[in-house]
Write a protein that binds this ligand. Structure first.
Ligand code: AMP
Ligand code: GLY
Length: 425
């Protein structure tokens, strides 16, 4: 089968890596891909959001399945465009992707269908949001309605902080039109987890649980990032919590989307806060997580193509996903300055040595090949991922690999996975 993967980050590298193992996949293209992906697939110089050009490419190259990584093409309607041209594609439709693309849509759906989430109010005018914040006090969370590259949700410790955040989002429009409306949400405490499931609109098949590390620095300090590391499984998701998440969140959300006339097909990602065994939804995404995909795909035993095709063909009830019992850990190595302005073009050394370590895969998140050298090409550069017989071994192996890799300005968190160890101990 000829497959096209849309995107060029660590998530897409792990997807391509997993698809390569399928005996039924003959050729993989990636648009735009990166230097790591180029070792496994043919990279095509089309941006992930160039929906029409991607559909033209798929039609001209007789692509039999396209898999979408990032959220932006989904909210732009890539799935609708492809399906309108009879091209097979894995991902949420434009309407279904509103679950990620509009916090207001997602929160209202949850309220209407009694899916557990924090209390919230929606505001169209900055002065109304500010007045409300002054009434209810802090800590409180202010969220831009639209997509903001993972930076649109701001946890505010004080009222002045929250007032300033409303000003920046609604008046200064730091996220553009994404800030035309805001959600002001109750501050939730507990431990976070990422819970993803495949769904064809009816059947819901969960993936192994995972936990992300959003803050830039150790001990969850510093500004939020796209994710500085992840591990799977997440011990906070016990069997009982898993059942609650499926029964109270995943299945009801899929049913609710169908009832609202926008059936959700693809992968549904719930970002959760879990306190005393009770899960609540912080946000939904309409795609695989990055970096959660890296440890999850390393742990997938089944043929990944089977689940993707079953979703597209709406026969997911036939599919069972098998997971390796060993945990996996992904440590993100980032460029100097990230998540602020960061440098690019720094030559990376040690990739080969790291990749030769047992049970290690170095996924590329933002790299390029320049004059025969692999150089940095963005904020999150690599996702160094390892399997281990237990979580401590997986962590140790991932960091052993990280220590072999160097470039000017590289930084990473040194505590990825620590929460899992604390919970098991
Ligand atoms: P979101 O983009 O909505 O997932 O938010 C990004 C991050 O902000 C989450 O991973 C949490 O760490 C934090 N966050 C979002 N909403 C809340 C909330 N209601 N209470 C506490 N923390 C939150
Ligand atoms: N790791 C967070 C996300 O994929 O949105």
């Amino acid at each position: 089968m000829r497959v096209l993967v849309v995107g060029g980050g660590g998530r897409e590298h792990s997807l391509v890596w997993k698809l390569r193992q399928s005996p039924r996949v003959s050729q993989i293209y990636a648009a735009p891909g990166n230097a790591g992906i180029a070792e496994l697939a043919e990279c095509v110089d089309i941006g992930a959001s160039e929906v029409r050009r991607l559909a033209d490419f798929a039609a001209n190259q007789a692509i039999e399945l396209t898999v979408v990584g990032p959220e932006l093409p989904l909210t732009l309607g890539i799935v609708d465009e492809f399906e309108g041209r009879d091209l097979r594609i894995f991902g949420a439709s434009r309407q279904a992707a509103a679950l990620e693309g509009s916090k207001v849509f997602a929160k209202r759906l949850m309220r209407k269908h009694k899916i557990p989430t924090g209390f919230f109010q929606t505001f169209y005018r900055a002065e109304d949001a500010k007045r409300y914040i002054q009434d209810v006090g802090a800590p409180i969370v202010v969220k831009a309605d639209g997509l903001a590259a993972g930076k649109g949700a701001v946890v505010c410790a004080t009222v002045p902080d929250a007032l300033d955040t409303v000003k920046r989002i609604m008046e200064d429009r730091v996220f553009g039109d994404a800030g035309a409306r805001v959600v002001v949400e109750e501050f939730l405490t507990g431990e976070e987890a990422s819970f993803l499931a495949f769904t064809d609109g009816q059947t819901v098949v969960p993936m192994a649980s995972a936990q992300d590390h959003k803050a830039a620095l150790d001990d969850d300090k510093g500004p939020n990032t796209g994710g500085m590391g992840a591990y799977s499984p997440a011990p906070v998701v016990t069997e009982a919590v898993h059942k609650k998440i499926m029964d109270q969140i995943m299945i009801p959300t899929v049913k609710a989307m169908a009832a609202e006339g926008c059936p959700f097909r693809g992968v549904l990602y719930a970002g959760l806060m879990i306190e005393n065994g009770e899960p609540k939804v912080l946000e939904f995404n309409a795609r695989f997580g990055d970096p959660e995909a890296q440890p999850q795909f390393m742990r997938t035993e089944s043929d990944r193509l089977t689940a993707l095709e079953a979703v597209v063909d709406q026969r997911l009830h036939e599919v069972e996903i098998r997971w390796r019992p060993e945990p996996a850990v992904c440590v993100v190595m980032a460029a100097g300055g990230y998540p602020g302005t960061h440098d690019t073009g720094k030559p990376i050394t040690g990739l080969g040595t790291a990749a030769r370590l047992k049970d290690v895969v170095v996924f590329h998140a933002a790299t390029a090949l320049v004059e025969g050298k692999i150089v940095t090409n963005g904020g999150r550069v690599l996702g160094v991922t390892a399997l281990g017989k237990d979580i401590s071994n997986a962590i140790a192996q991932a960091y052993r690999a990280v220590e072999k890799i160097h470039w000017d300005g590289a930084h990473y968190r040194t505590d990825i996975g620590r929460k899992a160890i604390e919970r098991i101990a």
